[in-house]
Design a protein around this ligand. Sequence first.
Ligand code: ZN
Ligand code: FE
Length: 264
Amino acid sequence: MSDLPRSPVTVLAVPAFKDNYLWLIHDGVDAAVVDPGDAAPILAALDRLNLNLTAILLTHHHADHTGGVPALLAHARVPVFGPRNDGIGAVTDKLGEGDTIVVPGIDLGLRVIDVPGHTLGHIAYFSDKLHWLFCGDTLFAGGCGRIFEGTPAQMAGSLGKLASLPNATLVYCAHEYTLSNLRFANAVEASSAALQARIVSDTAKREAGQSTVPSTIALEKATNPFLRATEPAIVASLVAAGKLQDGATPLASFTALREWKNSF
Ligand code: ZN
Ligand code: FE
């Protein structure tokens, strides 16, 4: 901790690769990075804002979320928080459901939520005080991650946990996939006024060169088909497209939605 004047903790989006967001949590002095797939843009942001790196937080093992870790550790020996069960060798502080951490140097407590599905060990970080959610590739704005390692039941359970967070929660997901997600949402629930309003608003943001992330849990519950798999209009779309039998279970409906999106 230095004695320099600190600002309220904020979150800065650092774009990387084609559509990743690396999240830099900082107070004007110290900074922690979530899912640094690439070190160069983080090192540039630290330099530009004159910030000390104090921690690395990881949600899952994929290279676009972890690839920058070695170069960041060469820059600063900081703790690496990450999932207990996702096979990431660099993790020094192994975390799972119910664990809480205080981000070193920064006045921010985070609670860990297990969200298996995209990978088996995937975790999310949630601030009960600020209502910030860092959910990696589990919940996306308007969509959800592909199920690479887990089962549809696991992914549905993980999304259900995130959907139960407060409505005002800011959803800091790891990719700008929103417009493509909303095109799929529009194919399965075109009748939704909330969805149509979101398409207009998020399209305008992208045309203005802005990010559509973070979104909120309230907006996701209102418009994200993967949180709405039992909505009658969505079930009807699945049945009409020949992807689902009438009277199928909620899990069958979620599974059919995820499979349809894979080839959409
Ligand atoms: Zn991933
Ligand atoms: Fe990713």
